[in-house]
Ligand binder design. Structure first.
Ligand code: BG6
Length: 495
């Protein structure tokens, strides 16, 4: 099934996100036969380009960043005939009238009303003005066909997220609003739901009786690059935990939905956020750790510390690492800690969810096998390795009865030969199809902000005196080890 004819208007059409992610994703959807027969992509920005010049910039992006490699000249030509550019000033009403004219022209040419998707790939300061001006130009009223995609960050704190939700609610119906969290579009992340709810094997064990603790770890080797100005006002808690990591937690902890409808799934997820134990001042002291990287060596190259990065305050107190212990106060999860950690300039880039099951109630075999690492683990590796491993105990071949842990592995590479789509392909296609399951609903975003606010406030009011407190290429501050070691566990890493 393909979507109806569609017009994309991409604000931030000359920006990095469009070059690296959106244009390659749309092109790959086209190659794989997912684009509707009639579509049009209108990039817009302040720069003056002709359609031809603009097409060339997108082609450069695709050649560099598309998963399918360099564009095929014949296919690119056919695709790019539907790509246009309109220079615009987001404050200028005339620009919006022109979008209206273009959309009407497509409707006349195609002899049908198209879906229209306004994609805000711009800095969040521009979300309100663009939304208001679209509304003033009467481009938002068709609740069935008009959609708006809002990139992250959605708010800077609870208050600003509520304000933005309110502003959008005055203009759009919730069914028109697609708030992006690109983690939800990742193939392996979608598979968490399939794995949990399409197998009878795991769900009976998926609770406090059998699960001892959960770890969600998203570590990155990357440093700031060009993003210092944005990141220095944000930090790891806002940039990664409030959105991506809490969404992963929701997928692990949610109750079984009765079907795959978007609001049913999103209701189950938001219930998790509502059940999460709020942080007291003591909890912030005892259950959270923040860090900032110092300079160091990575892969043979010296890299600067965070405070030496471009566009970062040399005395910055922004955290580039966070580790937090959460609890979900409900029947299923009472007492089970969820440890989340994320950070920049760490030893390995890996996003891994580890579910550690409780130890066996009685040990039949000799004591060498009874260490905590010998417990069963389910290891969901999201990236770069895409796999699910079930760690079980087995007898090591030999004359004595010694056990060791072995992995039963489902590995995408070994199982499937075709390439997996990029997160943005899935999410753009869902936007065209009008499926909001993998997008954040307004109340979800607010609940996640509500949860992290006490941590944010405490961190903001109390400068860290020990920053920087971890060196590049490490696993973060020592206190992050201590946080989990106090409970008798340790952070799991894939070899
Ligand atoms: C973004 C953050 O949302 O996600 C970045 O702003 C981070 O700081 C990125 O690097 C990680 O995404 P991925 O898909 O590379 O894991």
């Amino acid at each position: 099934i393909k979507s109806d004819p569609t017009v994309f208007v991409i604000f931030g059409g000359t920006g990095d996100l469009n070059m690296r992610k959106l244009a390659p994703a749309l092109y790959n959807l086209y190659l794989d036969g997912w684009m509707p027969k009639q579509f049009s992509i209108i990039g817009t920005g302040r720069t003056k380009y002709t359609d031809e010049q603009y097409r060339q910039t997108l082609l450069d992006g695709i050649n560099q960043f598309s998963r399918s490699g360099k564009a095929d000249p014949v296919k690119w030509k056919a695709f790019s005939e539907s790509v246009y550019y309109q220079s615009s000033d987001v404050k200028d009403h005339e620009s919006y009238k022109e979008f209206g004219t273009r959309i009407e022209k497509h409707a006349a040419d195609w002899k049908t009303k198209p879906n229209v998707i306004y994609y805000m790939a711009v800095s969040p300061n521009f979300f309100p003005i663009i939304a208001s001006n679209l509304s003033k130009a009467k481009l938002t009223q068709d609740t069935k066909r008009v959609r708006v995609v809002i990139e992250k960050p959605f708010g800077h704190d609870l208050e600003s997220a509520k304000e933005l939700n309110q502003l959008l609610a005055n203009i759009f119906d919730e069914c028109q609003i697609y708030r992006i969290d690109h983690y939800l579009g990742k193939e392996t992340v979608q598979n968490i739901m399939a794995f949990r709810f399409a197998n009878s094997l795991f769900e009976p064990l998926w609770n406090r009786n059998y699960i001892e603790h959960v770890q969600i770890s998203v570590t990155e080797q990357l440093g700031m690059g060009e993003r210092g100005d944005y990141y220095d006002g944000s930090g790891a808690l806002r940039d990664m935990i409030q959105n991506h990591l809490l969404q992963l937690l929701c997928l692990v902890a949610m109750e079984t939905p009765i079907n795959w409808e978007s609001d049913e799934v999103r209701n189950r997820k938001v219930e998790v956020l509502r059940a999460m134990r709020p942080f007291t001042a003591d909890d912030v002291r005892n259950s959270t750790v923040r860090g900032q990287y110092a300079k160091g060596w990575m892969e043979g190259k010296e890299v600067p510390g965070y405070r030496e990065e471009a566009k970062v305050d040399p005395q910055s107190n922004t955290e580039t690492f966070a580790a937090i212990k959460f609890f979900v106060d409900n029947w299923r999860w009472q007492g089970v800690p969820f440890y989340l950690r994320t950070g920049k300039r760490l030893h390995q880039s890996a996003s891994v969810i580890t579910i550690q099951f409780r130890d066996v109630p009685h040990k039949v075999f000799p004591s060498e096998t009874s260490e905590s690492w010998a417990q069963n683990r389910l290891i969901i590796s999201i990236q770069p390795e895409m796999s699910i491993r079930l760690q079980v105990q087995a007898k090591r071949p030999g004359l004595d009865m010694i056990l060791n842990p072995v992995d039963m592995v489902f590995d995408y590479k070994g199982t499937y030969s075709n390439q997996t789509p990029e997160a943005y392909e899935t999410l753009l296609l869902d936007t065209m199809m009008g499926d909001q399951t993998l997008f954040m609903r307004g109340d979800q975003v607010e609940s996640a902000w509500e949860l992290v606010m006490p941590i944010l406030n405490t961190w903001q009011n109390k400068k860290s005196l020990s920053f920087p407190n971890y060196s590049a290429d490490s696993w973060g501050p020592e206190s992050a080890e201590a946080l989990i070691a106090r409970d008798g566990f340790h952070w799991f890493t894939l070899p």
